[in-house]
Ligand binder design. Structure first.
Ligand code: ADP
Length: 193
């Protein structure tokens, strides 16, 4: 199954992506995680991406699209994939359609997680991650940057719902509730309950 997970920052995409991908037996591919791994590994790609990420801006499409195209061509993605954090712009969605067509395939479903904005700000500002044994705040989870990321999402990524609705691929679920409840709704929406 080839699935895209959509939703604003803080909707719980990363958590749900891991669980749902496990249930579907496909790799979860997160562009945010790939970028963060490259930043910690101090690679060339990481250096290119870091300034944009810290500011809460999107990394330019030239960098992101090529990275995803390479990742989707890896053998483990032949059985399918769950994309988390990509596409984030209409241009990226069009590129994705092209990359998949080159591989002779296409998306099966686009699952959107919906959470109201007040709740997103609350979740993101309180979020901490474990790095080298310490709980730290992600640079882009600082309150001003959170507001900017939500704005970027509203302007650049939210239009993807209509784009995929028009393709007949979109399913939407509410993402408030326990992790298990949201997973159950997601699996039902994917027709795998
Ligand atoms: P969140 O969903 O919590 O905003 P992610 O981990 O998906 O966070 O992404 C973190 C940052 O990585 C984004 O703010 C952006 O700078 C960069 N990024 C991730 N995916 C993309 C993408 N598809 N296009 C451009 N930039 C991206």
């Amino acid at each position: 199954m080839r699935v895209v997970l959509l939703g604003p920052p803080g909707a719980g995409k990363g958590t749900q992506a891991q669980i749902i991908a496990g249930k579907l037996g496909v790799p979860a591919i997160s562009t945010g995680d790939i970028f963060r791994a490259n930043v910690s590994g101090r690679t060339e790609l990481g250096q290119q991406a870091k300034t944009y990420m810290d500011a809460g801006d999107l990394v330019p499409d030239e960098i992101t699209v090529a990275m995803v195209r390479d990742r989707l061509a890896e053998p483990d993605a032949e059985v399918g994939f769950l994309l988390d954090g990509f596409p984030r712009t209409i241009a990226q969605a069009e590129q994705l359609r092209e990359s998949l067509a080159e591989l002779g395939t296409g998306l099966d479903r686009v699952l959107e997680l919906v959470v109201e904005e007040e709740e997103l700000v609350r979740r993101l500002s309180g979020r901490r991650m474990l790095v080298d044994g310490k709980m730290v705040q992600r640079e882009d989870d600082k309150p001003e940057t959170v507001r900017h990321r939500l704005e970027v999402h509203r302007e650049q990524t939210a239009p993807l719902s209509d784009f995929y609705e028009a393709e007949g691929l979109l399913v939407t679920i509410g993402a408030v509730g326990s992790v298990e409840e949201v997973t159950a709704r997601a699996m039902a929406a994917l027709g795998r309950a």
